[in-house]
Design a binder for this molecule. Sequence first.
Ligand SMILES: N[C@@H](CCC(=O)N[C@@H](CS)C(=O)NCC(=O)O)C(=O)O
Length: 204
Amino acid sequence: MAPSLKVTYFNFAGRAEPIRLALTIGGIDFEDQRLSFPEFGAMKPSLPFGQLPVMEIDGEQIAQGPALLRYAGKLAGMEPQDPLAALRVDEMVLAMHDVVALFTPSILEPDMEKKLEMRIALVEETLPKWFGMIERRIAGGGKEYCAGDSLSVADLSLYNFVKWMRTGTLDGVPATIMDAYPATCAVADRVAEHPKVKEWNETH
Ligand SMILES: N[C@@H](CCC(=O)N[C@@H](CS)C(=O)NCC(=O)O)C(=O)O
């Protein structure tokens, strides 16, 4: 029997969106619980690691975004059966997880001047360093998706990040920043064209 699933996060894409998308693409029913910050504060002490996202699976709460994403991918039938192919997916999921984490200090920084200084370092050094490597990895693989020939949860992580950068809502980060990475953008654009992703974006 299919497990009963509830994905809990804030009311934005963030670390939960690739999980929501994987379940949606797989046609897996789930409750999409979105907390306000006060609601999160009240729930925090009871969360496994005091953070979101968490997924409740038949009543059991489990944390850690990348682990939840891979679980969602398995339920959705997106996880490669071959261990090496699955490892390639994990490699990219965790690389994207590292990249997202590099942005966290500047997001939490309340002082705008310091925030913008941190963003200059991200825009001029950190992001080019990381996406130079990610771009080479994707282009060098020569596949349609970032870790193989079929859509994987790694593509959903990559898509979510590219989309975030392209919103232009991060102070000090130009909306064009990803344009320098055409292979990366091609994968993100391919994900954006997936009918279930399009439908999700139209309704969320
Ligand atoms: N390693 C965790 C990190 C989760 C994380 O940093 N969550 C943030 C939101 S994106 C959070 O809950 N922050 C509030 C807090 O730490 O109090 C994961 O990947 O799920």
